[in-house]
Design a protein around this ligand. Structure first.
Ligand code: TXA
Ligand code: MG
Length: 309
């Protein structure tokens, strides 16, 4: 993380010109571009090979900037006060006067917004007079990146610059909550659902079926490109085996998500391990049962989608 300031300035230089830069966040790395620019946002879709039907998340540094683009409400302020900056994305209604590019939203009237909690990215956002559209910095449907090495693996030298912010602390994408009507969770992720429920004093449903078209939330996703089988007790000898906690007796095809069945640690390691296994040329992956509580909910969700054929 050397030369932070000059690297932040370099990122700004490219972003101001309408180029894409990969940025660190506490969840995963994002492929960022000026959210007000058609040119920059079109580049994001092209680089990721992403369908334009799948809208982008926009990253803000403060409420003042957000209020230019979105209509807020009381649920938003409650959650914002408690959890932002942090791994929570809000879907809000767009203001008519917004300058957000139509490509970001696929011309719809809602916007997904987030306040990332990473020092370098916060500093970068402060220097810009526009918010940053930034989907995860991976080729569409592939594994999200949690370090600059991962970003390089995805894009080679196709992007202008990667701002190195070290390994992502959370390692799973943000939780998405829609506040357009009744609060609904659209994606499980880095913010545990129980914390949101506690604050809003209700049980917010996980409801993948947003009214708008959001392919990223249902189809094959987060995929290492080889079959994944879940809830396995005994793997086949040629398979990579992902376990939730370390065993005394280990094999070279064993990969541990955590030492002691810690689900937060497991979430952080999930994508790194999937990427490692993919690069070792295994033909399939077996995963032992992961408890479906806390971060386990999001881990199981990602594994299920990664295993969709
Ligand atoms: O942690 C994260 O959220 C990371 C970092 C870089 O911030 N970003 C991220 O972006 O995961 P992406 O594009 O990979 O996932 C965003 C998801 C997509 O599934 C998209 O369909 C959904 O958010 N989305 C975007 N705009 C939406 C909207 N207006 N309504 C509902 N879902 C939306
Ligand atoms: Mg993604």
């Amino acid at each position: 993380m050397k030369n932070n300031l000059s690297n932040i300035k370099k990122s700004k230089y490219y972003l101001d010109k309408g180029e894409c830069v990969a940025i660190p966040t506490e969840t995963v790395y994002g492929l960022a571009g000026n959210a007000y620019s058609n040119k920059a946002t079109l580049k994001i879709f092209k680089l990721k090979k992403r369908t334009k039907k799948n809208p982008l998340i926009v990253h803000y540094n403060n409420l003042k900037m957000l209020s230019k683009d979105c209509i807020t409400n009381s649920h938003f302020f409650k959650l914002y006060k408690k959890f932002c900056p942090g791994p929570l994305t809000f879907v809000l209604r767009l203001k008519k006067s917004t300058k957000i590019s139509k490509y970001v939203t696929n011309s719809q009237n809602t916007l997904a917004v987030r306040f990332p909690n990473h020092l370098l990215t916060k500093k970068l956002l402060k220097l810009l007079n526009y918010p940053l559209a930034a989907p995860s910095a991976n080729i569409s449907t592939k594994i999200s990146p949690v370090s600059i090495e991962d970003v390089k693996e995805e894009f080679g030298n196709k992007i202008k610059f990667i701002l190195d912010g070290g390994r992502s602390k959370i390692g799973l994408e943000s939780t998405i909550i829609s506040l357009v009507d009744k609060p609904r969770i659209l994606r499980l992720g880095g913010m545990e659902r129980s914390k949101i429920n506690k604050l809003l004093k209700k049980n917010i449903k996980f409801d993948k079926k947003e009214k708008i078209n959001v392919p990223g939330q249902s189809k094959l996703h987060y995929s290492p490109g080889i079959p994944i089988k879940l809830n396995i007790i005994k793997p086949k000898s040629h398979e990579a085996f992902i376990l939730i906690k370390k065993r005394k007796k280990s094999d070279k095809n064993y990969y541990y998500l955590s030492k002691t069945k810690n689900l937060k640690e497991a979430a952080k390691n999930l994508y790194k391990i999937l990427r490692k296994i993919k690069n070792k040329n295994y033909k399939s992956i077996a995963v032992e049962k992961i408890p479906n509580i806390g971060f386990g909910e999001a881990i199981n969700d990602r594994l299920k989608r990664a295993s969709t054929k």
